[in-house]
Design a protein around this ligand. Structure first.
Ligand code: SAH
Length: 382
């Protein structure tokens, strides 16, 4: 084993995609096929103890034991909903934990992963935003959520494969933690690891336009956009990022994203249904016009309440009317059935509580005026 000047001991092998592992092994003077071996042991077999990696030489195992980190998340809690949804709180460091949600459905199972501790974007209807932002997750901390869920559930459910889809719809804005999210997705899609196909991994963004372009260049994955409003006036209130990138700029980025993709690709627009705010028939008509220019689908998300949110879920009838208008305009529209509500695992419920809506509005106006929000958004887009 070659010794090296590089500080390799601080790197966590769990979060390295194949090309990074190859590079790692070449630096320490090992053959590149070690990358494949480590990936298969770790991600396919769920084995993280180097001693059990029996096709590695004894000297390599000893060296890895001494020098190479393979850190797993520690589970803080597990909650199981009456509908089968599970929510895990996984510790990322002494102070912080993130939530990961497993959603079993007929014929598939989706894992909803977090990409940041808290979130940089202050969407006014989202519980995660209330928590503020405490940092980006590393690629290891992101992929570890899938590692943990997949291997835990394989044992518990006695199955050879469990998770079929991954959505970046947990805590955080994935495109604001671009490099780490890309690395984690490369592992998710690697046949030596989880082998998920391009339509099985969905990145959800509230609309960081330059990063949508960058994502298109980096990976072939599915894109979901949290639109939530049919016009800039309403979207400015709900998604403050809209003040930086308007709906028309966002739609242009979505259009570019779909270029050169096969015709089966479409953008999924997420639309939270807020009583009297964005749920009127005229909003549905306006929305149809905005998104009709692209192959699109819409997921209507009935608002999930959390303490002091200041918003109310739209009435069932309002949601159904909204859906019918979009369907009549030729847009496939589904209403997302809330999952795991009893364990606060539904969209936007991942976090704590604070102020009421009026206070919050003032808070955002002030933030924006003071250029703080602008600054945060610039940092996220950098
Ligand atoms: N930041 C990314 C990833 C978070 S995904 C994004 O905005 O897309 C979480 C999804 O749940 C987003 O569509 C978000 O807007 C939605 N959401 C947030 N709070 C919600 C709530 N209280 N009820 C329903 N959906 C909510």
């Amino acid at each position: 084993m070659k010794t090296t000047q590089q500080n390799i001991s601080s790197q966590n092998l769990m979060g390295m995609p194949h090309q990074d592992l190859e590079q790692y092994f070449s630096v320490v003077g090992e053959k590149s096929f070690r990358a494949t071996q480590i990936m298969k042991w770790t991600h396919q077999q769920g084995v993280t103890d180097y001693e059990q990696m029996t096709n590695l030489s004894k000297s390599l195992r000893d060296w890895l034991n001494e020098n190479a980190q393979m850190q797993m998340p520690e589970i803080v809690s597990e909650e199981i909903s009456t509908d089968g949804t599970r929510k895990w709180l996984l510790r990322v460091d002494e102070k912080n934990a993130v939530e990961t949600v497993y959603i079993p459905e007929d014929g598939r199972a989706t894992l909803c992963v977090s990409s940041q501790v808290g979130c940089i974007l202050d969407c006014t209807f989202c519980a995660t935003a209330r928590q503020g932002f405490a940092g980006n997750l590393s690629s290891a901390q992101i992929i570890a959520q899938l590692w943990f869920a997949e291997h835990r559930l394989r044992k518990q459910l006695d199955k050879s494969r469990v998770i079929s889809n991954v959505v970046f719809m947990g805590m955080g804005e994935p495109l604001a933690n671009f490099d780490n999210v890309v690395k984690a997705i490369q592992i998710m899609m690697d046949d030596n690891a989880y082998g998920l196909g391009k339509r099985k991994v969905t990145v959800s963004t509230s609309g960081l336009v330059p990063k949508i372009d960058k994502l298109r260049e980096a990976l072939d994955v599915s894109l979901a956009v949290s639109l939530h409003a049919p016009n800039d006036e309403i979207r400015n209130q709900l998604v403050p990022l809209n003040r930086r990138y308007t709906i028309s700029e966002l739609m242009a980025a979505c259009h570019r994203f779909l270029q050169n993709k096969d015709r089966k690709h479409s953008i999924t627009f997420e639309y939270v249904m807020l009583d009297q705010v964005n749920d009127q028939p005229e909003h549905a008509e306006q929305l149809a016009k905005v998104i009709q220019v692209l192959p699109s689908k819409v997921n209507l998300i009935p608002f999930n309440a959390f303490p002091n949110s200041g918003y109310k879920r739209s009435a069932d009838q309002a949601i159904e009317t909204f859906r019918e208008i979009l369907q009549a305009a030729g847009i496939t529209t589904i209403t997302r059935r809330p999952r795991g509500e009893d364990i606060a695992a539904a969209c936007g419920q991942l976090a704590g509580d604070i102020q009421d809506q009026a206070k919050r509005k003032r808070h955002y106006e002030k933030l924006y005026e003071a250029d703080l929000l602008k600054h945060k958004i610039e940092v996220a887009c950098a």
